[in-house]
Ligand binder design. Structure first.
Ligand code: AMP
Length: 181
């Protein structure tokens, strides 16, 4: 299982999709799963750029990982999003014999994210909500990376402001040496 971390608009879903195709994995986005859930209150929270509770998202993630054969053959886009989720995932993966191969961190400046997302037009892509989501990412990225490093999980950081093709080639060039299992 490969984890993806990055601000909104960094290119996580595009790069996650490309990497999944390359590795024969499935790319799973917690944002997409949550948007598909029949729960108005949850959707309201998402529109305001607020996070959904750790327990709710952890349950979803657990189910998705166990559905696959082998259970870890996925790219997880948008999870973990809090240090608590990161700790939970490290411990759950260990207990269930699922390998966390690496954390792929795609970085980007707020200005580039704002520019990209305004043209995407999703309902939670309003500039003030993007700023909120960006700040949330900035607060948790360091602690999440620290938890992964402490758990011996390799972290690969790539500058997402470059073209899709360039980011893709940087990721592909480095991912094999950086995967733990
Ligand atoms: P995304 O599609 O990754 O930008 O996620 C869209 C929204 O879904 C986020 O702004 C959150 O409201 C919610 N969400 C996605 N992943 C998580 C997560 N791991 N924990 C909590 N909320 C999440």
């Amino acid at each position: 299982m490969i984890l993806m971390l990055g601000p909104p608009g960094a290119g996580k879903s595009v790069q996650g999709g490309l990497l999944a195709a390359e590795l024969g994995y499935v790319s799973i986005s917690t944002g997409v799963l949550l948007r598909a859930a029949a729960d108005d209150e949850l959707h309201e929270r998402m529109l305001r750029g607020e996070l959904i509770s750790d327990e709710t998202v952890q349950e979803l993630v657990k189910k998705e990982i166990l559905k696959l054969h082998p259970p870890g053959s996925l790219i997880l886009d948008g999870f973990p999003r809090t240090p608590e989720q990161a700790k939970w995932l490290v411990s759950w993966a260990k207990d269930n014999d699922v390998c966390i191969e690496c954390l792929l961190h795609i970085t980007n400046e707020l200005d580039v994210c704002l520019e990209r997302l305004t043209s995407r037009g999703r309902h939670d892509d309003k500039p003030e909500v993007v700023r909120e989501r960006y700040e949330m990412y900035r607060d948790v990225a360091g602690p999440i990376i620290e938890i992964m490093v402490d758990a011996g999980i390799p972290v690969l950081t790539v500058d997402g402001s470059q073209s899709i093709e360039l980011v893709r080639s940087l990721v592909f060039a480095q991912i094999d040496q950086r995967r733990k299992c």
